[in-house]
Design a protein around this ligand. Sequence first.
Ligand code: GDP
Length: 194
Amino acid sequence: MPLQLTFVTSAKRYVDLPDSPCEVAFVGRSNVGKSSLINALANRKQLARVSNTPGRTQLINLFTLPNGGTVVDLPGYGYAAVPGREKAGWQQMIEGYLLEREELDLVFVLVDGEIGPTKLDVQMLDWLRANQVPHTVVATKLDKVKPSKLATRKKELAKSAGLDTGDVMWVSASKGTGIEQLAKHVVGLLTPAP
Ligand code: GDP
């Protein structure tokens, strides 16, 4: 079952986001495949904008599920074309959200499965750990890894992210691999306890 996500709002500041019973967020470097993944989870082509679309990709985007739980798409980090001032703004926007958003239950940090964690990804993971923000890693673009290299790559990626191999979820938005499982995980997290 795809996630029944409905776009609600884009905001520059987390304080402008609506209240939510519970929330998960997706974050990652620009081009990691975040929009493609959110679109795949929802089985919609244009829900999250694929990169290079100016505007919405620089804002915090919030979606709801029918039960009221919310999914947040954070702007991608490390985009070379972002001028210094905006980079600082990004940092404020994201750090404020990650530290202060009370509804936030879990952050999915996306890492490119083909290239592994970049320096910025490692910084992000260290920062989340240091600030005790609950998070997990999803490796994207599984289809780009040669099957003969996959076992090694899985081990390496988990190690450089500071995790056990079994703790990293692998997905391919293009092929649909792991999408159902991740969607179920998200629904599980966002379903209020009876
Ligand atoms: P974002 O900037 O993180 O939102 O990344 P996008 O979703 O825009 O994807 C960046 C690029 O990676 C695009 O060219 C996508 O087509 C490509 N991409 C995204 N997911 C996958 C995937 O699962 N497999 C492959 N092969 N390419 C992907």
